[in-house]
Design a binder for this molecule. Structure first.
Ligand SMILES: [Zn+2]
Ligand SMILES: [Zn+2]
Length: 118
């Protein structure tokens, strides 16, 4: 017996029969969205990595004028976090953290499930 059929047996009202599985899916989507959100928040944004030999040869390496970290071409300084973040995309005001290379996948999952839940 499927989960939806079980709800129909337990709840004979037709509106409840349709509403209960939808509510369950919505709650599940909200829980998954929160998992992605907390992962994006708690993941270290990925501070500047060590440059590769090719980047050193090309001369792409510069020091950050604010925090003095060695910056690669994909590293940018976030003024709100006051640190350099590799693969910097943006500073998310809702998560109060930078979205960078390390937490970009979790941020995309959060956005996807936030869209599904709305
Ligand atoms: Zn910096
Ligand atoms: Zn930031």
């Amino acid at each position: 017996m499927s989960c939806a059929a079980l709800y129909c047996v337990c709840v004979p009202n037709l509106e409840s029969c349709v509403a209960v599985p939808i509510v369950c899916l919505h709650v599940l989507a909200v829980l998954i969205m929160q998992c992605f959100g907390w992962t994006a928040i708690l993941t270290q944004m990925g501070t500047a990595r060590l440059p590769t030999a090719a980047e050193i040869e090309r001369g792409d390496i510069v020091a950050c004028s604010v925090c003095r970290t060695i910056k690669t071409p994909t590293t940018h300084h976030c003024g709100r976090c006051n640190m350099c973040v590799e693969g910097f995309d943006h500073h998310c005001v809702f998560l109060n953290t930078c979205v960078g290379k390390a937490n970009y996948a979790a941020f995309l999952g959060l956005c996807t499930f936030a869209g599904l839940c709305s």
